[in-house]
Design a protein around this ligand. Sequence first.
Ligand SMILES: *[C@@H]1O[C@H](CO)[C@@H](O)[C@H](O)[C@H]1NC(C)=O
Ligand SMILES: *[C@@H]1O[C@H](CO)[C@@H](O)[C@H](O)[C@H]1NC(C)=O
Ligand SMILES: *[C@@H]1O[C@H](CO)[C@@H](O)[C@H](O)[C@H]1NC(C)=O
Length: 423
Amino acid sequence: MPKGLEDTDGSDIPIFKISNIDFRPFIAIPICYIVPMKRPVRPLLGIFLFIVFVATLSCRTIVRRGLLSLELESKVLVQDPVPVFNATLLKYATIDLDEEHSKQEIQQLLDGNFGSHGRHRTFASWRRFIHHDVTARSAKGIPVMPRSPMFYRYWLQFRRVLHDWARKKTFQPEILLELVRLVKHSVDRHNGLVGSDQRYSSCAVVGNSGILLNSGYGKLIDNHEVVIRLNNARTENFEHDVGSKTNISFVNSNILHLCARREGCFCHPYGTNVPIVMYVCQPAHFLDYTVCNSSHKGPLLVTDPRFDVLCARIVKYYSVKRFLEMTGKALEDWTSAHDGAMFHYSSGMQAVMLALGICDKVSIFGFGKSDSARHHYHTNQKTELHLHDYEAEYALYHDLVEKPRVIPFLSNKFKVPPVVMYH
Ligand SMILES: *[C@@H]1O[C@H](CO)[C@@H](O)[C@H](O)[C@H]1NC(C)=O
Ligand SMILES: *[C@@H]1O[C@H](CO)[C@@H](O)[C@H](O)[C@H]1NC(C)=O
Ligand SMILES: *[C@@H]1O[C@H](CO)[C@@H](O)[C@H](O)[C@H]1NC(C)=O
């Protein structure tokens, strides 16, 4: 149980009520211990004494039972603590500092306003991609006309998808219970199966940390029913350490966006048949989504915005909590330390959360770092991105393995499956 945290939901009160009931036999004890008088025993008194005797016996039994249930009760209490969360932290973690800005951006996009430089680039690459995809490129590379029928079709689709997405962005922790329907059913249908409500028996979520090199985990990873990989990390030449099977490719939309601009990448490096689950980090990336979706044969699913909100709150809670514990600074200082509005959970974190929702057992590989290991097993990237708080996420994984009940924001109806972390 986190130190010094206040109780916010009072849900442990009923347990004390049960204790009250158990204490009643003790109140009855004096009545049970009437000492027999030394006069000759008359029949009536004999009957009375007999009743007292029987009462004593049953009182004892009740007392014993009472004690037993008290014991059981305290055991249950020790084994299964009612989680307590600091209300201030919870409240702070629910604030989305980017909300206003994001709403404006979505509205501008829906209005067809691609004003800013960054978005203009997206827009340009989108046109080029449609051009590249649909018509033969002219020698001068003249972009497709913005008002061409093809453009218009993508445009309508983009607006519809973005609009639906923005509308759904609310906090609804039960969303974890819906991931089987939202993700697994789609994958099942793609594999020619009827979507079953059974979860996958086991899943491996494979991160991209350099700690995987020389691990020899390849076979172990591939032995899971489903393997989830992150951000298009390569497996060729690394099979011995990372395995070769990919059932779900989990990416953030920036990966798809960069890929859409690169010829030969074509959005789907594991092949057009491997299902992709994508988390949208910038609304403008729906442009890339519509383009990639048209050429992908397997499902290309966008994470449900309610799932995004849940992940964002959990990671922010861990980040703020850790920040306060490590620095001793004030709550308000967290924003500047973590570039508040840009702060985000990593793809790896959401892929793990996805696995919790669709698998009976979850194994995590290639998460974490070591001084002797590269940042990524497949690139030479040196540093981590600052918009993520990996330390906070490691703290979350630790709780997933050891004591999932202390994780905030999860629905009581959701049962966290067993999680194993491989280092
Ligand atoms: C909750 O966290 C806030 C911020 O760190 C702290 O000021 C407050 O004392 C904490 N509340 C309790 C009951 O621990
Ligand atoms: C996972 O991928 C392997 C290899 O592509 C495939 O044989 C298997 O059927 C897939 N399993 C599921 C549940 O999709
Ligand atoms: C993505 O493509 C699939 C198959 O081509 C299609 O059924 C689906 O509606 C598309 N998704 C969106 C959101 O347009």
